[in-house]
Design a protein around this ligand. Structure first.
Ligand code: NAD
Length: 466
């Protein structure tokens, strides 16, 4: 069954969230344009696959080189800041990360996707990693460059061609990243379609062979059921409601700094933001005081200025966060700091600290995706683990304690794909960016992640006697 885009010509309006000014009107791809992009990608795929891994990697390394140009970094960073409000320094880091990311993926995929042969006496089996065909890359706005390259780079290295649909909130950043890739790839290997949810639905239900998706659980559920119709492959990297557990023996200064940074970074619009903070009763007062104190220090403003936090990326996002806070307040939660939007143009939200929350409040159950540190007192670390696991999400988590061994034992009981002990997510090695429960299906990162853009083929043979 295919999902058709409505016949009327639609545009998305691109707004600067710091000023409310219109940046651009972007025509959404029509049904024919989506199908045409897929057909072009289909036609280009056999030759791209036939080039072999090394030649494909060379093309992508040229994209990496191109992306190192300071003017390119500045251009990309300015677009990201204008479109979704990220502070320019953070946007520059995201843009500058493109080349290192592509180089790292090229080296990792060379190993992960290499042919291997095993022998038993004279019997041999060779396993190759075959591309799937055409991959639809559908990505969100919160890291418009970072998340997109994590999908399209391994897809391309594996010998697939790509049809890329950026989020309707960041169409210009998406187009600029696309142009960087397109300039160094054979014609048709990557195509761009602009548009919103309807465009994404049409792309998913087209004849693509795989959907590489990063976005919300709600959209992920829809994509999974749409892919079921013809058993398309998919990788879905979805939302989170990450718990942070602070034990009584934790270094409070470090834990509070982490809580504030990871609740507020990118205006809280990070899939692995700290969204629930469970604190042992003995230390809840000094910990909360530290969180409030540190949150007060955060500078909020237009991303073009030297600020820690820009605006919310859209009016919808702002209303969603304000709605969750109001709901919590009306049910007895205490807002210790912030809690409202800022006067004036733009969609600015005050950095907020909430306590005295109940476990059934939206603020504790649904993804907030805003600058809110939500503190819940617990009697023990055991109770914290129990409550942390009472969630449909399972992306990340962290445990803070003076005893790393105990921290690792608590971490092992958490139903999350990734857990930091006195640490954020990531660190040593090339690890899977994997969510448990409804935070994802399949995953990006790590050799196992890259292989999801391929199917294995085994060829069996008997060695000729010498
Ligand atoms: P979203 O799901 O609304 O949209 C993501 C993309 O999918 C956009 O391009 C959108 O146009 C498209 N889309 C929406 N519904 C669709 C559908 N039914 N079929 C096909 N395409 C569809 O998400 P968002 O608001 O752009 O991004 C925020 C969400 O992304 C949060 O939930 C966040 O946690 C998640 N996220 C997850 C990760 C991760 O690695 N797990 C990383 C970044 C963001």
């Amino acid at each position: 069954m295919t999902t058709q885009i409505s016949a009327e010509q639609r545009t998305t309006i691109n707004i600067n969230p710091s000023t409310g000014e219109e940046l651009a009107r972007i025509p959404c791809a029509t049904q024919d344009e989506v199908l045409h992009a897929v057909a072009v990608a289909r036609k280009a795929q056999p030759a791209w696959a036939a080039l072999g891994f090394d030649a494909r990697a060379q093309c992508l390394l040229r994209v990496a080189e191109r992306s190192e140009n300071p003017d390119v970094i500045e251009h990309l960073a300015n677009l990201v800041t204008a479109e979704m409000g990220k502070p320019l320094a953070d946007a520059r880091r995201e843009a500058a990360g493109t080349s290192g990311n592509i180089r790292r993926l090229a080296a990792s995929c060379a190993e992960a996707l290499a042919e291997s042969t095993t022998y038993e006496d004279h019997e041999a089996a060779t396993i190759t990693r075959e591309p799937l065909g055409v991959v639809a890359a559908i990505t969100p706005w919160n890291f418009p460059l970072g998340m997109t390259r994590e999908v399209i780079t391994p897809a391309l290295l594996a010998g697939n061609t790509v049809v890329f649909k950026p989020s309707e909130i960041v169409p210009l950043s998406g187009a600029a990243l696309y142009e960087l890739f397109e300039a160094e790839l054979p014609k048709g290997v990557i195509s761009l379609v602009q548009g919103d949810e309807s465009t994404g639905k049409a792309l998913v239900s087209s004849s693509v062979d795989m959907v590489g998706f990063v976005g919300s659980v709600e959209a992920g559920r829809h994509i999974m059921s749409a892919c079921g119709a013809d058993l398309k492959r998919m990788v879905l990297e979805l939302g989170g409601k990450d718990p942070m557990i602070v034990c009584a023996d934790a270094d409070l200064e470090k834990a509070a700094s982490f809580a504030v940074r990871e609740s507020m970074r990118n205006t809280g619009q990070v899939c692995c933001s700290v969204e629930r903070i469970y604190v042992e009763q003995e230390i809840v007062e000094p910990f909360t005081d530290l969180v409030v104190e540190k949150t007060k220090e955060l500078l909020v403003g237009d991303g073009k200025e030297d600020v820690f936090m820009g605006p919310m990326a859209s009016k919808n996002q702002l209303q969603n966060v304000l709605g969750q806070i109001e709901d919590a307040r009306s049910k007895g939660a205490r807002v210790l700091l912030g809690g409202g939007s800022k006067e004036g143009p733009g969609w600015f939200m005050q950095p907020t600290v909430v306590t005295d929350v109940a476990d059934d409040m939206d603020l504790m159950r649904r993804e907030t995706f805003g600058p809110v540190a939500t503190i819940r007192t617990v009697d023990s670390a055991d109770e914290a683990v129990l409550l942390a696991n009472e969630s449909e999400f399972g992306l990340g988590a962290s445990v803070w304690t003076g005893d790393v061994k105990r921290g690792r034992m608590l971490a092992a009981r958490l139903e999350s794909g990734q857990v930091g002990v006195n640490h954020g997510l990531g660190g040593a090695g090339d690890t899977p960016w994997a969510g448990a429960k409804q935070s994802g299906f399949g995953f990006l990162g790590s050799p196992d992640g890259y292989r999801q853009f391929t199917r294995p083929r085994s060829i069996f043979w008997t060695e000729e006697p010498a």
